[in-house]
Design a protein around this ligand. Structure first.
Ligand SMILES: *[C@@H]1O[C@H](CO)[C@@H](O)[C@H](O)[C@H]1NC(C)=O
Ligand SMILES: *[C@@H]1O[C@H](CO)[C@@H](O)[C@H](O)[C@H]1NC(C)=O
Length: 405
C-alpha cells in the first residue's frame, strides 16, 4: 500500500519536472532567436552565405568580412567589384539573382582563415537591408589512427588525427576502467593551411597487460565523438590442431560490424566479415574449411575466430579483428604462430635417428658381449684340457702307482 503511494508520488514529481524542463527549454529557445545566421562550411568545399531582400530598383549590394569590403555591386552603372585580395578569386554573387532579391554569396574552397562575421548590406530604391552571417569552417574528423609504439623503452599508445579544424578535444579511458591516473601527452600542430594535426600519447599502465585503451576525440562543431581502441596479443598453436583466436567487442560498441583480416609482410587480406544488422557472414574462398565464426555469439559481441586445421607456414601471421561502427573502431591484433608438425609427429620424425643411435649402441654392446662370450668360451676350452690333464696325471699317477704294482 505504502509502496504504491510512494510510486504515485514519484510519478507526479517526474511529470512536474518534465513540465519545468519544457518551460525552461522554450524560454531559452526564445532567447536564442537572433537574426544572425551561422553557417558551418566544410573545409575546401564551397560555402554559401545567404542574403535575401525585398527586390527593388537600383540595387547596391555590399558584402563585408569583419568590416572589410569583400564585394560590391552597383546596378547604377552595372559595376561589380571584388575588393578583398584573400578571397577575390573565390567569391561569387549572381548579378542575375540580385534582381530577384537574392544576394547570396558563394565562397569557393573555404578554409579556416575564412572564418568570421560577414555582413550583407543592400540598398534599393525601396529601402535598406542588412544580414549578418557567422561563418565557421570545419574540417571534420574522418577517422582516428591508434597504434602501439615501443620507443625509448616505454610502451606507449599513440592516438592521432590529421587535418582537422577546430582542434579536437582528446580524452582517454580504459576498459575495464582503472583508478590510476592516465597522463596522456597531447600535441596540437597547426599547419600552413590552418588545419590541425593532433597526436596524443599515453604510457601503458604497468602490470595490466589485458587492458583496452580507448582514445576519444571530438570537435566543438559536431556532436559526434570519434572513438578508437586497441589491444595486442600473441598466441601460438600447433599444426593440425584447431585454435581459437579470441576477440570480444568492448562494451562501448553497441551494434558493430566485424572484420577479420590476415596479414603477413605488407600483404593484408580480409578473410571474414560479419554484419550484425543483416546477419550476413562472408569469408574468403581461399580460407574455406579453415575458418569458423559462431554467428550467434558474434551478434552479442564475441567475434572469436576458430582456426581449423591450421597449417604451419601458411596460417602463421598477424590476425586483426576489427569491430566498427560509424564513429567507433576497436582493433585487436593477434600475432599467431603455428608451429610445425605437432609434438607427436615431431617425435615420430626424430625417433628413427634416436633408434639408429640406440641400435648402433645395442649392436656394439651385442658385439662386445659376443666377443666376451667367445673369449670366455675360448678360455674355458683352454682350462678344460688342463683339468683333463690333471685328471690324466691323476689317472696317470694311479696308473703310475698301479704300474709299480
Ligand atoms: C545613378 O547614376 C546617376 C548618374 O549616372 C545618378 O544621377 C543617380 O543618382 C544614380 N542613382 C543611384 C540610385 O545611385
Ligand atoms: C540565390 O543565388 C544563389 C547563387 O548566388 C543560388 O545558388 C541560389 O539557389 C539562389 N537562391 C534561390 C532561393 O534561388
Amino acid at each position: 500500500m505504502s509502496a504504491l503511494f510512494t510510486w504515485a508520488c514519484l510519478l507526479q514529481l517526474l511529470q512536474l519536472l518534465q513540465l519545468l524542463l519544457l518551460l525552461l527549454w522554450t524560454g531559452s529557445a526564445a532567447q536564442d532567436k537572433t537574426p544572425d545566421v551561422a553557417v558551418i562550411c566544410s573545409n575546401s568545399e564551397d560555402c554559401v552565405l545567404p542574403c535575401y531582400f525585398q527586390p527593388g530598383q537600383n540595387e547596391m549590394v555590399q558584402w563585408f568580412r569583419q568590416g572589410a569590403l569583400v564585394y560590391r555591386f552597383d546596378r547604377n552603372g552595372s559595376e561589380e567589384a571584388f575588393t578583398l585580395p584573400e578571397v577575390a578569386d573565390r567569391v561569387f554573387v549572381s548579378a542575375q539573382q540580385i534582381s530577384n532579391g537574392n544576394a547570396t554569396l558563394t565562397l569557393r574552397r573555404s578554409a579556416p582563415q575564412d572564418r568570421g562575421l560577414y555582413s550583407c548590406q543592400v540598398q534599393t530604391s525601396g529601402g535598406q537591408h542588412t544580414a549578418k552571417v557567422i561563418v565557421k569552417v570545419e574540417a571534420p574528423i574522418r577517422g582516428l589512427f591508434l597504434e602501439h609504439s615501443r620507443l625509448s623503452g616505454y610502451e606507449e599508445i599513440k592516438c592521432s588525427v590529421p587535418d582537422v579544424f577546430p582542434a579536437p578535444r582528446v580524452t582517454w579511458a580504459t576498459e575495464p576502467p582503472t583508478f590510476e591516473d592516465l597522463r596522456p601527452v597531447t600535441r596540437k600542430h597547426v599547419k600552413e593551411n590552418g588545419l590541425f594535426s593532433v597526436d596524443s600519447r599515453l604510457t601503458k599502465l604497468k602490470g595490466q597487460p589485458d587492458l583496452i585503451y580507448i582514445c576519444k576525440m571530438s570537435t566543438s562543431y559536431s556532436r559526434s565523438t570519434w572513438t578508437a581502441s586497441l589491444r595486442e596479443k600473441e598466441i601460438t598453436g600447433t599444426e593440425g590442431r584447431d585454435l581459437t583466436i579470441r576477440c570480444l567487442a568492448p562494451t562501448y560498441l553497441k551494434n558493430p560490424s566485424l572484420y577479420w583480416t590476415f596479414s603477413r609482410g605488407d600483404n593484408s587480406t580480409l578473410i571474414l566479415s560479419y554484419d550484425s544488422q543483416s546477419d550476413r557472414k562472408v569469408s574468403a574462398p581461399s580460407w574455406d574449411g579453415h575458418l569458423d565464426l559462431d554467428v550467434y555469439k558474434a551478434k552479442f559481441g564475441d567475434g572469436s575466430l576458430r582456426l581449423m586445421e591450421p597449417r604451419h607456414p601458411e596460417h602463421s601471421g598477424s590476425y586483426a579483428c576489427e569491430f566498427s561502427e560509424k564513429f567507433s573502431r576497436h582493433v585487436e591484433r593477434i600475432r599467431v604462430t603455428i608451429s610445425g608438425p605437432h609434438a607427436g609427429q615431431r617425435a615420430a620424425v626424430e625417433k628413427p635417428s634416436y633408434w639408429w643411435i640406440l641400435g648402433v649402441v645395442a649392436a656394439g654392446l651385442v658385439l662386445v658381449l659376443v666377443g666376451l662370450l667367445a673369449f670366455l668360451k675360448l678360455r674355458g676350452r683352454d682350462k678344460k684340457p688342463r683339468a683333463h690333464s690333471d685328471e690324466e696325471t691323476e689317472l696317470n699317477r694311479v696308473k703310475d702307482g698301479e704300474s709299480p704294482q
